[in-house]
Write a protein that binds this ligand. Sequence first.
Ligand SMILES: C[S@@+](CC[C@H](N)C(=O)[O-])C[C@H]1O[C@@H](n2cnc3c(N)ncnc32)[C@H](O)[C@@H]1O
Length: 236
Amino acid sequence: MAESPPPERKFYGRRRGRKLRVGRARLLETLLPRLAVDLPPDGQELDWQSLFSRPTESLWLEIGFGAGEHLLAQARSHPDTGFIGCEPYINGMSTLLAAIDAEALDNIRVFADDANRLIDALPDRSVERCFLLFPDPWPKARHHRRRFIQPESVAALARILRDGAELRVASDDAPLIDWMLCHIRRNGCFEWQARSSADWRQRPDDWPPTRYEAKRLHGPPVFLRFLRRPRNNTHS
Ligand SMILES: C[S@@+](CC[C@H](N)C(=O)[O-])C[C@H]1O[C@@H](n2cnc3c(N)ncnc32)[C@H](O)[C@@H]1O
């Protein structure tokens, strides 16, 4: 069956929720501009190493960090790793900024827009680990092209991930889990790491929980780990 055309580059989620408290709103004006990743002009690559105040060999990326609890926990446990968190929902962004400010974390940078735009600017083989945790399921068939995982986004992730890099994906929505597994495996650049059902039913110890996991809105959560295959063994 022919693929439907690539999705328009339009963000369909919420950008704003409840009115922010004064302190949170102030952080958006003061701290966000200091931590925000500015994209280079079209066609140029983002010099991600220059974003961080200390030399950083390894870049980890979180797509749709929500309120940021997973991103914060990873950044605390890996102080020498540079992190970029993407989240267009400004209330979630303000929650993350409040924690970064309180703890003076210096290894997180943020992108307050569609992660696809950031991914397009990242160089080939630049990312060591990528997290996509409880992405929006968009259950109606006519909205499936709004799901983050699409053939094009998986190909883009395969491009920016280093050989052997890890892609971690979680969801509690069975149809979305099938969709993501199908698209990621069909791409051919990723090796699913599951050997037994425990590998996808249990969250690994070094994988902190998120707010959406706790909500269990749709069913039991599933945790998927993929490794980016070395390029000499694949077509790309
Ligand atoms: C269901 S929430 C999950 C939040 C968090 N990962 C968690 O597990 O609690 C999905 C999040 O992805 C964000 N999101 C949706 N599309 C996105 C995109 N294209 N780029 C970056 N973030 C996106 C939404 O704003 C939302 O905060």
